[in-house]
Write a protein that binds this ligand. Structure first.
Ligand code: SF4
Length: 473
């Protein structure tokens, strides 16, 4: 988003005293939850006069919202901080102050290192303390020195973050749960995001209604373990994700629901039944399995076996035969033998994924896997990843090809690259390109899929849809 027009004090000289407008540049790494948090932090800083701009140059404040999942991502944060030091110095020579803030999981996990390696950073704020950002910025304006806030406070940030959501597109994200109690050996989330916390049902429904009021037709519920959702219902009982989805499906104007990311341990029968019973719940499930070897799954502390995953997949396919399955894989976890890797390949082969994300194991300081013996040599990890990705690629191509000829409803999300073309999203989460007027943006349109590309579908319009349901050909 780019601020338009000159950035000047507003209402100067009138009875209404508003803060001067300042430029805010936010750079976001990592998952959809970070994208959501960046939007909320931008909204949180608006009352202090901060308007977002696209580039860091000329920004009065730069906020890096970081991800700690990949080691190289952390190094990229430090290299950005190096460039920002030069910018801050140049602006200071012109008498212009610049606030540099680091948020997200790198901030939470490596606050002390940031302070040591990048002393020009003004504030380090962990994901559970974003609601304290305005106070920290106000203090930074008073030059109170480096501020670090990486506590897990007693109050939840959900209660204290702003409720207003600005103009949205047809697709919106809504965080319903945060944190993780699972402690997988390779993951820093339990250390950076804290224990599992769920928002009350009434707060989620109210936010969904606001999102629909500003144009959302599809909402994706977000959470590090979204299917561990256990929010307080209006009846005082604890509601699971299935019940929450059923309630949200009643929100007028909301055509589609999705949720991510799920854990196999929390995939209960009620949630599987929701895929059968709720037409608004799209036939797509992202369910990370990480490995097909029970030995590796134990070493990862995943709390489920490969057969547990197979049983869930069988039930989900029975409930929703056209479901598109997605997953995450880590190749080369410490101790992974050739036989373990073959077990992963077998699981992938049997399951059939519409899309999947695969990585080599990356050592994260401070997580148990980093200290485990049997580290797999990097060349071996890379070779296994290549083999796995080739299989996943073939499965993705096959899934996309299987969509050709299907009649389904797509949600038009925007214009596409070529004149007269619009972009949409299929029930199975593929981008769809079709010819049509921009006036269809935000509408459900019935199409026939005419072609498949590696990462998208081409379709022809058959007519507008009011149902939001898709039909098999
Ligand atoms: S379930 Fe495991 S991988 Fe997922 S956030 Fe929790 S610790 Fe990380």
């Amino acid at each position: 988003m780019t601020a338009t027009g000159p950035i000047e004090p507003v209402d100067a000289g009138t009875a209404v005293v508003r803060p001067p407008l300042r430029r805010l540049h936010v750079k976001t790494w990592g998952c959809q939850m970070n994208v959501y948090d960046s939007e909320r932090m931008t909204e949180l800083l608006a009352p202090l006069g901060y308007a977002p701009i696209d580039a860091p140059e000329n920004a009065d404040m730069v906020l890096l919202n970081t991800c700690h999942i990949r080691e190289r991502a952390t190094e990229k944060v430090f290299s950005d901080l190096g460039r920002l030091r030069d910018m801050k110095t140049a602006r200071a020579a012109e008498g212009l102050p610049t606030i540099i803030a680091v948020a997200g999981c790198v901030a939470q996990a490596e606050g002390a290192e940031i302070a040591a390696r990048a002393p020009w950073v003004d504030m380090v704020v962990g994901p559970q303390s974003y609601h304290r950002l305005p106070e920290m910025v106000a203090r930074a304006h008073r030059a109170a020195g480096l501020q670090i806030n990486t506590d897990f406070p007693a109050e939840t940030k959900f209660d204290l973050m702003p409720q207003a959501r600005g103009a949205q597109g047809a697709v919106a994200f809504l965080t319903v749960q945060e944190g993780c109690d699972k402690f997988c050996s390779f993951c820093v989330v339990p250390y950076t995001r804290g224990a599992e916390v769920s928002r009350p049902v009434s707060a989620v429904v109210a936010e969904a209604e606001r999102l629909v009021a500003v144009g959302a037709r599809e909402i994706a519920l977000l959470g590090q373990n979204v299917n561990a959702y256990h929010g307080q219902g209006p009846d005082g009982a604890v509601w699971g994700l299935a019940r929450l989805l059923a309630r949200l499906a009643e929100v007028p104007g909301l055509a589609r629901l999705r949720y991510m990311t799920s854990h196999p341990r929390d995939m209960d029968d009620a949630l599987i039944a929701a895929h059968r019973d709720l037409p608004a719940l799209m036939p797509f499930l992202h369910l990370p399995v990480q490995s097909g070897s029970d030995r590796v799954l134990r070493a990862m502390n995943r709390g489920h076996t490969a057969d547990d995953f197979r049983r869930i997949v069988d039930k989900v396919k029975a409930a929703r035969p056209d479901i598109a399955l997605s997953s995450d894989f880590i190749v080369g976890h410490p101790g992974e033998s050739e036989a373990d890797f073959r077990a992963t390949m077998k699981l992938v082969d049997e399951t059939g994924f519409a899309i999947a994300y695969s990585f080599t194991y990356s050592e994260r300081p401070g997580t148990p896997a980093a200290a485990q013996p049997g580290q797999v040599p990097p060349a071996e990890r890379a070779a296994r990843l290549q083999e796995l990705q080739a299989l996943l690629r073939r499965q993705q191509d096959a899934f996309n090809a299987s969509c050709v000829g299907r009649v389904c409803d797509v949600l038009v999300t925007g214009t596409a690259r070529y004149p007269g073309q619009i972009a949409a999203r299929s029930p199975w989460l593929q981008p769809v390109h079709l010819s049509g007027p921009a006036s269809l943006i935000g509408q459900m349109v019935r199409v026939r899929v005419m072609g498949a590309e590696p990462n998208s579908l081409a379709a022809e319009i058959m007519g507008n849809s009011q149902t939001g349901e898709q039909q098999a050909a």
